[in-house]
Design a protein around this ligand. Structure first.
Ligand code: HEC
Length: 144
């Protein structure tokens, strides 16, 4: 109970900003974790190490798409001062470039989803296009 009262007090004193920020950090890290989970399933499949399963492919791509779609909205107008975020300053200095990167990622996932690849040969180049986005975005917009 005390915690709840504290929370509302803090809310009232509008330190809510800090909470809202760390909340969006959590949201985008969860989203990327979802993307990573899907990649971990699809990567060995694209390499031919696990059997190709078009149902799994579609559901993993769906998961990726759901994570990617709202992704850009998880970054507040002002960069938050939280230690545990790996978001690079470039997201805020080059917002439109960042949005374009997110959109390209979404487009490549949607392309594969709409194509419904039925075999490994069809899937491979589509998956390569999708995963190219990881590095190209991380290089510019994620600090390591
Ligand atoms: C449009 C940009 C963009 C794309 C595309 C992208 N990422 Fe990320 N990713 C980020 C940013 C920005 C962060 C850091 C966010 C933060 O810590 O606040 C991140 C963080 C991560 C993290 C760490 C999450 C955590 O818990 O801290 C993982 C894992 C990850 N990405 C995997 C991937 C994989 C795999 C792909 C491709 C399939 C991918 N990302 C595509 C921008 C992107």
């Amino acid at each position: 109970m005390k915690k709840i009262i504290m929370f509302f007090l803090i809310y009232a004193f509008s330190i809510v900003f800090v909470y809202a920020s760390s909340d969006s950090v959590k949201k985008r890290q969860n989203a990327m974790q979802q993307v990573r989970e899907a990649t971990k399933v699809l990567f060995p499949m694209a390499k031919g190490k696990t059997d190709y399963d078009d149902f799994v492919v579609i559901s993993m791509l769906d998961q990726m798409l759901n994570a990617a779609k709202p992704y850009a909205s998880y970054f507040p107008i002002e960069q938050e001062a939280v230690a545990h975020s790996e978001a690079a300053e470039t997201i805020w200095t080059d917002r439109s470039g960042f949005k374009q990167s997110v959109n390209k990622f979404i487009d490549d996932i949607e392309f594969a989803l709409n194509a419904e690849p039925e075999n490994l040969d069809d899937f491979k180049p589509m998956f390569a296009k999708i995963t190219n986005n990881c590095q190209s975005c991380h290089q510019v917009y994620r600090m390591k």
